[in-house]
Design a protein around this ligand. Sequence first.
Ligand SMILES: C[S@@+](CC[C@H](N)C(=O)[O-])C[C@H]1O[C@@H](n2cnc3c(N)ncnc32)[C@H](O)[C@@H]1O
Length: 220
Amino acid sequence: MTNEISKFEIAYNDPKLYFIYKDIKAIKNIKILELGVRKGISTSLFLKLCEENNGKLISVDVEDCGHLYKNNRWNFIHTRDDNFEKIDNEILKMGGLDVVYIDSFHEPLHIKKIFYHYYKLLKKGGLIFIDDICWLPYAKFSHRESSGMYEANYQTFKKLLEIKFTNKEKLNLEFSFDNSGTAKMTKKSDLELNEPKKIKKVLSLKNILLTFYSKLVNRS
Ligand SMILES: C[S@@+](CC[C@H](N)C(=O)[O-])C[C@H]1O[C@@H](n2cnc3c(N)ncnc32)[C@H](O)[C@@H]1O
């Protein structure tokens, strides 16, 4: 129990997790899917909320994290997050989804696949949170310099914008750039999502000249 309380305190004081908590704390009978558990920090926050709001939580991890909590509101599934048949079955039994938290395999195309799949099971008005969309902590001369993390987070951010670009009326996107960042997607329609598309800028001679001029001025 002491362990659970301290993990909850860590989670509650984490600005990235608070970004999620503040938006979901009032949802009654909340149904949450959490992808990625590890030490169960985010899990402790979701479980507390489930206790307060008569909710249920499904958590998924390739590591066996099932020993972390004993709670009848918690269903831990020891599997990959794209074992759709197994996870969907449990989601249907739970009665759908209000919230999905993606914090498992941080690779842009994997995140896109997971996002599109669980979006279909999310209620209208439901939320998907995606961890690690900010590359600032990993930039050159930043405190956690890393080319791999920089690229993964930057590409995830771009992929989410590309999804918004082709689904403007169907969903909304918001971002927090605290630490390594979190994205929040709100489902606005039950219509199927379009595939994402590269976002291209409109080229004009005036813009090319302005870019050239601005580079020239900033160099000196
Ligand atoms: C960053 S940790 C999760 C941290 C946790 N959400 C928290 O805030 O306390 C990522 C976890 O995702 C798990 N993981 C990685 N790839 C996965 C996949 N494809 N399916 C399920 N779990 C995965 C790892 O085993 C690891 O425990």
